[in-house]
Design a binder for this molecule. Structure first.
Ligand code: UDP
Length: 488
């Protein structure tokens, strides 16, 4: 049992899925718990500890010696024994092979997580934390935690809207084609989508069975932890708590917990650009005049699409920062830019090849719009920075997130992607890019709504704000469970 003086402190064990989109908010969460006087242990593999967690945790503990510590617990992950490439401890290291495409490899990687069942059992037996925050990709974690009397919280890494949409989606059999729009039944707001934008698969497919396992484990867990804030999606927060999961707590936007320059600059990875240079470049631009364009950590476009994006950006006439993260095991020749593009757009456009200090850039006053793949972390970071968005979903639950932006919040414009792909989306013409960018960069109403939402986001995480209170409530509940256990 963890004790500090008279008061017994809560101890969270956080187990993130090994992908940046999950590890980043998990680290933010551990820092948040520390500010509330709880101790956190992050469970991860050797490579992820070294590449991702060690440095920021050391800095955090040094900078905050009076807060409870964050520590790392390592579990080995024998990639090759599990049929994965050597050293493949993170989705970053997944590349297509002649036999398997990235989508299939990602699925294989997710299913390989079952390996952790036994090591986790052994750990819980000795560690006995007060709560296990286990990622959605570990559906077996609910039962493992139950065996040792540890409450298990599920962290999906997405918001209420997409969780509710996924719950409500019942693909209608009577639509004429998979591109015909239909209203998602029962979901508040008459949200329109098409069959080919939906990730859910038949229950008897591998993905379908895995998703059912996830839903069942959520139902049997202590509840769900959501990186969102009430004011962003009140109808869906209410719906989720009434009809989907027994209980849920929203504690976000988690990115707002990063206050120091270094925390924002090196969030995730070392940036591929000097942060100060990047900010200096932005300082030279007018307020709200620059579009930031990035597609997260998993999406990757072919050369043809990148050339089209470049042409569309150029035609829009707006200044831009464009993050190009080419996911490939080989160093490729740079033949993805139109001839002379960088010279032509010099001073107007900045291309970051690799990792961008995204939060730092989004918060800069020169940024006036965000073209995003609608990964939930990016989307919420855009919301917290008060930005109208161009939505370009690619996979996972990103089409649902797009509908939140375009149909509910009305702070964005869709670039017009028609169908979900596993990793690479369908082809978008330069004219579509130009149209959507122009519309978002000049749309005053959308900008005003986006700025209001950012204000709400900041208030939500302040002391007494909706997310702050929700975290207090969660910690009180967990403390009750802990005290009851200690009495026995
Ligand atoms: N990110 C970043 N720099 C990059 C690419 C990504 O800081 O160059 C961060 C981004 O701020 C976000 C996370 O990585 O916090 C990506 O998560 P998201 O859910 O947006 O997308 P995913 O990569 O999971 O599809």
């Amino acid at each position: 049992m963890e004790t500090s003086g008279e008061v017994s402190k809560l101890h969270f064990l956080l187990f993130p899925f090994m992908a940046h989109g999950h590890m980043i908010p998990t680290l933010d969460m551990a820092k948040l718990f520390a500010t509330k006087g709880a101790k956190s242990t992050i469970l991860t593999t050797p490579l992820n500890a070294k590449l991702f967690f060690e440095k920021p945790i050391r800095s955090f503990n040094q900078d905050n010696p009076r807060l409870e510590d964050i520590t790392i617990q390592i579990l080995n992950f024998p990639c090759t024994e599990l049929g994965l490439p050597d050293g493949c401890e993170n989705t970053d290291f997944i590349f297509s092979t002649p036999d398997l495409n990235i989508g299939d490899l990602n699925l294989k990687f997710s299913l390989a997580m079952k390996y952790f069942i036994e090591p986790l059992e052994q750990l819980l037996e000795t560690m006995r934390p007060d709560c296990l925050v286990g990622n959605m990709f570990f559906p077996w974690a609910t039962k493992v935690a139950e065996k040792f009397g540890v409450p298990r919280l599920v962290f999906h890494g997405t918001g209420y809207f997409s969780l509710c949409a996924s719950h409500c989606i019942k693909l209608p059999k009577n639509v004429a084609s998979s591109s015909e729009p239909f209203v998602i039944p029962d979901l508040p707001g008459d949200i329109v989508i098409t069959k080919e934008q939906v990730i859910e698969k038949e229950e008897d497919s591998v993905v379908g069975r895995f998703m059912k396992e996830i839903r069942d484990s959520e139902r049997d867990s202590f509840g769900v932890l959501v990186n969102s804030f009430y004011e962003l999606e009140p109808a869906y927060s209410d719906y989720f708590k009434s009809f989907v999961a027994k209980r849920a707590w929203h504690i976000g936007p988690l990115s707002l917990g990063n206050r120091k320059f270094e925390e924002k600059a090196e969030r995730g990875k070392k940036a591929s650009i000097d942060e100060h240079e990047c900010l200096k470049w932005l300082d030279s631009k007018k307020c709200d005049s620059v579009l930031y364009m990035a597609f997260g950590t998993m999406s990757s476009f072919n050369n043809e699409q990148l050339i089209e994006i470049a042409a569309g950006l150029d035609m829009s006439g707006h200044a831009f920062v464009w993050v190009v993260n080419k996911k490939s095991s080989k160093v490729e020749k740079e033949d993805w830019l139109p001839e002379g593009f960088e010279e032509k757009t010099k001073g107007k456009g900045l291309i970051i090849r690799g990792w961008a200090p995204q939060v730092l850039i989004l918060e800069h006053q020169a940024i006036g719009g965000f073209l995003t793949h609608c990964g939930w972390n990016s989307l919420l970071e855009g919301v917290a920075s008060g930005l109208p968005m161009v939505t370009w979903p690619v996979g996972a639950e990103q089409f649902y997130n797009e509908k939140l932006v375009t149909q509910v919040l009305k702070t964005g414009v869709s670039v017009g992607v028609k169908k979900i792909m596993q990793v690479v989306g369908d082809f978008i013409s330069r004219e579509k890019v130009e149209r959507a960018v122009r519309e978002v960069m000049v749309g005053e109403e959308k900008r005003k709504r986006a700025k209001d939402l950012a204000e709400m986001a900041k208030n939500a995480v302040k002391e007494g704000g909706s997310s702050d209170l929700e975290l207090d409530r969660l910690m009180e509940e967990l403390m009750l469970v802990k005290l009851q256990k200690e009495k026995v």
